[in-house]
Ligand binder design. Structure first.
Ligand code: G6P
Length: 610
């Protein structure tokens, strides 16, 4: 989603704003802009289409010298990525606003403003807020903070916003409703952003605004209101490791993140398993109380996180023996849902801010589950704060828009959780040890699997000119195939679909010919022989097969079939291991096709709008 940065300081702030936007670029990158209050109290506004670098270049030609300002990097919702639709949006000569989210009643408000003579220069929903604030300020003209609060009361929808006014040039007013805003606390200067990572270069103290908060931020004071009530929010210290965001020797963040997986999976498992069992205390007391009651699990998530949930279902039912349902958050939130007794509601999210997942959690709370848990990669995120307990994935910051290490660490958490739940359902100490042994081996097996990199790069040449691909898997490998297809779509723009291999004959087989590569995930599990028969159906129709197979699965290379041997693992953890070669394949195909691997077109890392 879009990113917001702002600063109120004594020093020139344009560099801070642009660096902040660069750090947020993974959230949106259609266009960017900034508005700074110049020393002569006029607005210095620059907006450009394209990446933050374009804005940086433009600012070099027309330097902004003020000490108070706001900036934005955009992922278009209302209106195409054009200069006039970029933020900040302005009203009159004095008001500038940046906004994340969607104002649902914008048309009604716009009609009202049009009738009053306001001229709209953009297609955005944001511009209407600028004009409303402008109008209200003309009427009030005293306390800008209260002006903004009055206007905000009229907005419906989700937003995080920041606004400045040249008549009150020493402050920024920010508001949060459905889209996150943090205040970065400095010494004699303060900052605001949609994500603390934007401000790692200037502070390590952050105040997270709560839903409904509106704050006035000046150099040496911060006032926060929630509705009519003045509230105080404690700052927290975050250690944002700047080195983490450097690419090092890797060509892309995605590549770096793929290769970090052995380490981050080790970090995620560390302290949660011993040599022989799961260390349940690491989940916290609250978690244990809730898990003791659980008879059913409902998982809700979006995108890659949803695929992690689909794998988890095989473990929660197969290992723990508990019924488990998995649903896409944007569907769940609008459906009449029947809640089974003692059902645990679990959200999965890399960012912890995905609007649909958050809305699903809030809806679930209205329905009444026996507990609310999240598997998340960002401490202090909205999902973490609004759940009863969380099990964090220690993936470190993930920058590549296509999720890789966040996914496999989510799987690591669910592997541990399913063993913990299985113990409550009579899992023997001996069987627990077997699963835990497998988990302890996992980082090493992933390291060995990453050694397939060269072979997969070679293979990627077969896909350079393709327009479509089919991914097949059976059992817990079906969601892995789905994730493989999603990765290929996201970053190489090749149309890819995943099917459970047994479903091929019910339709997709009609698509198979020499131009349709078919990628199959074939560990040596109990469905292997079934899968082999399904693959025969492809060979018989002249399809080109690429099979990622266990060394013991008995596949032989031939004209229509290329085998890539994947290190032997356990049936339990095969879904994690087989994810790796599919990530590498999509990465190399994308590099070959010259796409923007870390920032694929039209996508955003964290979707804080519906
Ligand atoms: C976006 C991202 C995906 C991600 C999904 C869910 O679509 O591009 O990579 O899987 O959101 O995000 P979350 O942060 O909730 O895991």
């Amino acid at each position: 989603m879009c990113g917001i940065v702002g600063a109120v300081a004594q020093r020139k702030i344009s560099g801070i704003l642009i660096e902040g936007l660069r750090r947020l670029e993974y959230r949106g990158y259609d266009s960017a802009g900034l508005a700074v209050i110049s020393p002569d109290n006029s607005l210095h506004c620059i907006r450009t289409v394209g990446k933050v670098q374009v804005l940086d270049d433009a600012e070099e030609l027309s330097p902004a010298s003020g000490t108070v300002g706001i900036a934005h990097t955009r992922w278009a919702t209302h209106g195409k990525p054009e200069e006039r639709n970029s933020h900040p949006q302005l009203s009159g000569k004095n008001i500038a606003i940046v906004h994340n989210g969607i104002i649902e009643n914008f048309q009604e408000l716009k009609d009202e403003q049009l009738a009053k003579g306001y001229v709209f220069t953009s297609d955005t929903d944001t511009e209407v807020i600028a004009h409303l604030i402008h109008e209200q300020w003309q009427a009030d003209g005293k306390d800008f903070f209260s002006t903004v609060r009055k206007v905000i009361a009229r907005l419906e929808g989700a937003y995080g916003l920041a606004v400045i006014n040249t008549d009150t040039p020493d402050r920024i007013v920010v508001a949060r409703s459905g889209s996150p805003i943090v205040i970065g606390v400095g010494i004699g200067e303060n900052f605001i952003a949609s994500d603390p990572s934007a401000l790692g270069q200037v502070t390590d103290r952050f105040i997270y605004l709560e839903e409904g908060d509106v704050a006035e931020v000046s150099r040496d004071s911060i006032r926060i209101y929630n509705g009519k009530e003045k509230v105080s929010r404690k700052p927290v210290r975050l250690h944002l490791d700047n080195d983490e965001v450097l690419k090092g020797n890797y060509r892309h963040y995605m590549q770096k993140e793929i290769f970090e997986q052995p380490e981050v999976i080790r970090n995620t498992l560390s302290g949660r398993i011993s040599k022989s069992h799961v260390l349940e205390k690491s989940f916290g007391i609250k978690a244990q109380e809730i898990l003791d009651k659980v008879k059913h699990v409902q998982i809700v998530a979006c995108g890659t996180s949803n695929h992690a949930g689909l794998v988890a279902r095989y473990w929660i039912e197969g290992v723990a023996g508990l019924p488990c349902t998995v649903e896409i958050a944007s569907e769940y939130r609008y459906r009449k849902v029947l809640v089974p007794e003692n059902c645990l509601f679990i959200t999965i999210s890399q960012s912890g801010e995905t609007a649909d997942t958050l809305a699903a959690l809030r809806y679930a709370k209205e329905l009444g589950y026996c507990g609310y848990m999240t598997v998340c990669n960002v401490a202090n995120s909205s999902l973490v704060r609004e759940s009863d307990f969380s099990i964090m994935t220690f993936a470190g910051r993930e920058i590549g828009v296509a999720s890789t290490k966040a996914f496999t660490t989510q799987l690591a958490v669910f592997a541990v959780l399913s063993i913990a739940l299985a113990k409550r359902n009579g899992l023997s100490a001996e069987d627990e040890k077997k699963y835990v042994d497998d988990l302890n081996q996992l980082p090493l097996i992933i390291e060995q699997t990453l050694a397939l990199d060269d072979a997969i790069r070679e293979l990627s040449h077969d896909f350079g000119e393709k327009h479509h691909a089919l991914f097949l898997g059976r059992g817990a490998q079906y969601p892995v195939a789905k994730e493989g297809a999603l990765k290929l779509k996201e970053i190489s723009y090749i149309h890819a679909e995943a099917y459970p291999a047994g479903e091929l004959k019910h339709g997709p087989l009609a698509l198979v010919d020499a131009d349709m590569p078919v990628i199959a995930v074939a560990p040596n599990d109990e469905l292997l022989e079934k899968l082999k028969s399904n693959l025969q159906e492809v060979s018989a129709r002249g399809g080109q097969l690429y099979v990622f197979a266990d060394t013991q699965a008995g596949f032989q290379n031939n004209a229509g079939l290329k085998v890539i041997n994947v290190p032997h693992s356990s049936e339990f953890l095969d879904p994690v291991v087989y994810t790796i070669p599919l990530q590498l394949l999509s990465y190399h195909v994308a590099v070959l096709r010259g796409t923007d691997v870390d920032r694929p077109r039209n996508l955003a890392k964290s979707l804080t709008v519906e």
